[in-house]
Design a protein around this ligand. Structure first.
Ligand code: TYM
Length: 335
């Protein structure tokens, strides 16, 4: 708790262009929950270097991502929006937690398996211990709730295991966090292969809607989206995964239920449905894109957000860190 509010932590990587999956699975829920919790939203740039990055590009993407949090509707006066690399506590706690996490646990992580298959020439130790840094992010702020998409659930469960293990040894040091998975949009799939999640790193640009795509591009990508030959807008996961994904997207953007969507498009072709889905996404992203343009002009304001919020995050991070350092037996600093 901070004051009388429970704590929320979440983060995103500034690698690649953010997709509609990131928005519907995470960012839109962050905005919904922001008033209820004391929130920490981090641009997790330390996680990004587990895969090789171009330094200038990483810096520029990180700044855009930070602006995107604000453009999506998170008020940086109320929510702590900051770069992970500006708060040294993340790395310090991650080291300690590394000593309370087992190799076996980390080798079971599906994201590690996927990423090491994809980057076979660079299976570095950071990629392996990535989930421990993620646990440190969350536990550092004593977060009660962590809104994420389904793909991060396994990491969340590991975070809970680490927290419980540490608490069992040293008393109640960490709050054990709960995941928050939205009812719609928690797993948005690729438009070209509905068996795969929509991902920033997909090589086929038609597979993903990027948050900065212009309306024509969005409409074109939806027109090309892979469906099936059944010709009915129905939520049939076995036989119509492409249509289910489009229904999820449409439902998340319009608030309509599956039944509403089925009856609205009863007897209509996929062409009409795809146009409606495309339009709903264009409308959803329009305010975000306009706000991004405004923020790009406001350098001093963004700089002040970066500075002030890093200080705020560091303050709360240090509180937990001191407690943990004492518990594990590090000598106290002489002040
Ligand atoms: P990242 O950067 O891959 O994704 C950011 C958020 O977007 C969600 N997401 C999706 N949701 C629905 N459908 C999709 N296709 C989709 N793709 C991505 C993710 O679930 C995530 O919520 N390891 C994390 C970042 C992280 C973090 C943390 C998150 C680091 N530390 C602490 C929460 C708490 C990651 O790589 O997310």
């Amino acid at each position: 708790m901070i004051g009388d509010k429970k704590v929320l932590f979440s983060g995103m990587q500034a690698t690649g262009n953010l997709t509609l999956g990131n928005y519907l699975g995470a960012l839109s829920n962050w905005v919904k929950l922001a008033d209820e919790y004391e929130c920490f939203y981090s641009v997790v740039d330390m996680h990004s270097i587990t895969v090789r990055q171009d330094p200038a590009e990483l810096r520029s993407r990180a700044r855009k991502l930070l602006c995107l949090y604000i453009a999506a509707g998170l008020d940086p006066e109320k929510n702590c929006i900051y770069y992970q690399s500006h708060v040294s506590g993340h790395a310090e706690l991650a080291w300690i937690l590394n000593c309370f996490t087992y190799m076996g646990e980390l080798s079971r992580m599906t994201q590690f398996k996927d990423k090491s298959a994809k980057h076979a020439d660079n299976i570095n130790a950071g990629l392996f211990t990535y989930p421990v840094l993620m646990a440190a992010d969350i536990l550092l702020y004593q977060a009660d709730v962590v809104p994420v998409g389904i793909d991060q659930m396994q990491h969340l469960e590991l975070t809970r295991d680490i927290a419980q293990r540490f608490n069992a040894l040293y008393g109640d040091v960490f709050t054990v966090p709960e995941p928050y998975i939205g009812k719609v949009g928690a797993k948005i799939m690729s438009l070209q292969d509905p068996a795969k999640k929509m991902s920033k790193s997909d090589e086929n640009p038609n597979a993903s809607i990027y948050l900065m795509d212009d309306p024509d591009t969005i409409m074109r990508k939806f027109k090309r989206a892979v469906t099936d030959s059944l010709g009915a807008v129905r939520y049939n996961e076995e036989e119509q995964p492409g249509i289910c994904n489009l229904m999820d997207i449409y439902g998340a953007c319009t608030g309509k239920s599956r039944q509403d969507i089925e009856s609205k498009f009863e007897g209509k072709g996929y062409g009409d449905f795809k146009t409606a889905v495309g339009e709903s996404v264009v409308e959803k992203l329009r305010p975000l894109q306009e706000k991004m343009e405004d923020l790009a002009k406001n350098k001093d304001y963004i700089d002040s957000v970066i500075k002030n919020n890093a200080e705020k995050a560091q303050y709360f991070a240090n509180k937990t860190l001191r407690k943990v350092q004492k518990k594990v037996g590090f000598p106290e600093k002489i002040r």
